[in-house]
Ligand binder design. Structure first.
Ligand SMILES: [Cu+2]
Length: 405
């Protein structure tokens, strides 16, 4: 038996490119129960969501699903909807009517019902999946995620024959109005209506994270080393639209829209994205930089900005890749911090260390000698990202931390 498996692996290795088409299957649990997410201020929000295991409580957002161009993508869905119903809508993918998840034209899943949603992934690109039952409500409650269709060969290129990149990030942008989650509006399934209160979002999310959660979240913080190309896939699924403002040194180019390459890339530091849209954005990690991407959340009725979220961009020179974090031997905590920050080594060192802290413009805001651990009062530092360099007799470390007031 083992031998056969080994031979078939060999066969796939050698002939995989010729017979690349395959079926990629995910289990998705459509849950109205059990879900909570904790906001940056400690508030616990009740959510619906799409979990990837039966034993898993749902969180915002659902897991990003991947397949390659030419694959058949199957979502095996089980509804745990209590008295309600759920579906899966594959937004932007060319699903047949029966697989479309629109309850008016296909079907819905009652509590503990199961069904497969299948689609042929014809084009590399960024897509969304979400519940389509009372979607104004169920999407706001958290039933959404991204689908990424990679090129036919699964490589790090934007599409088959597209631009190669070194790193990629996926962002899904949304909001939460806690009042909808505290007292969930009632969906009348018979006439398919929901009586909803005015929408007043309080939390503005990137991958389900907001405010002080953003600088410490690996899925949001953009990291790279000098000279790299970064591919950012962004989808929007709230009721606001967003304005992404990139540092000009990143030379942001919008290159694909809603799962199709644009005829011409659009170079602009500011990129707007509306609910349901997806963009692919190429970014240069040209030099050694610490900066922010700002994301404005804009009310579609009034065009007023309700929130600006700041996501750190950390580009290091290649020789010190990955050392600009609080991992490794040097630890900086808490990060982000409001009043004090502590520098320490994970292993005890008796050497004097020279500590230097610079702001984002490279201006020194602290320097001194100490045997670590050292606690630094940063109450007078303006909010922002700071870079710390710590040198002992034999070693030198670099790390960044964020100050929020
Ligand atoms: Cu639903």
């Amino acid at each position: 038996m083992k031998k056969i498996t080994f031979i078939s692996c060999l066969f796939l290795t050698f002939y995989g490119n010729i017979f690349a088409q395959k079926t990629v299957k995910y289990n998705v649990y459509l849950r109205s129960d059990a879900g909570t997410d904790t906001m940056w201020d400690g508030r616990i929000i009740r959510v619906y969501g799409i979990a990837s295991r039966l034993s898993e409580a749902p969180h915002i957002p659902a897991k990003t699903l991947y397949c390659n161009e030419g694959d058949t993508l199957i979502l095996k869905a089980l509804s745990i909807s209590q008295g309600d119903h759920h579906t899966v809508h594959l937004h932007g993918l060319d699903a047949t009517t029966i697989n479309d998840g629109d309850p008016a034209t296909s079907f819905w899943l009652n509590h503990q019902q199961e069904a497969n949603y299948a689609v042929y992934a014809a084009h590399a690109g960024t897509y969304l999946y979400h519940c389509h039952v009372a979607d104004v409500l169920h999407v706001q409650m958290g039933m959404y995620g991204l689908i990424v269709v990679k090129p036919r060969d699964g490589s790090n290129t934007t599409w088959t024959g597209g631009t190669a990149f070194d790193r990629s990030y996926n962002w899904i942008l949304s909001e939460i109005d806690p009042s909808w989650h505290d007292s969930i509006p009632v969906h009348d399934a018979v006439v398919d209506t929901v009586h909803i209160p005015p929408y007043i979002p309080k939390y503005f999310l990137i991958n389900g994270k907001t405010e002080t959660q953003l600088p410490v979240n690996d899925s949001t913080v953009i990291r790279g080393t000098s000279g790299q190309t970064i591919y950012l896939r962004v989808g929007s699924i709230g009721f606001f639209y967003e304005r992404l403002i990139f540092p000009s040194w990143m030379h942001a180019h919008k290159i694909d829209s809603d799962g199709r390459p644009l005829d011409e890339p659009v170079q602009n530091d500011t990129i707007e994205i509306a609910p349901g849209e997806r963009y692919g954005i190429l970014l240069d990690a040209a030099s050694n930089k610490l900066d922010n991407i700002n994301v404005e959340f804009v009310n579609m009725n009034t065009d007023s900005i309700w929130s600006v979220q700041h996501v750190p961009v950390i580009i290091t020179s290649s020789s010190v890749d990955d050392s600009y974090s609080s991992s490794g031997d040097l630890q900086i905590f808490p990060n982000p911090t409001e009043s004090f920050v502590t520098f320490s080594f994970s292993k005890k060192e008796n050497d004097q260390a020279i500590i230097q802290v610079t702001d984002i413009l490279g201006k020194t805001v602290y320097s001194g000698n100490a045997i670590l651990p050292l606690q630094l009062d940063i109450r007078s530092f303006p909010s922002g990202i700071y870079r710390a360099s710590v040198k002992t007799k034999n070693r030198s470390f670099h790390a960044s931390f964020t100050v929020y007031h």
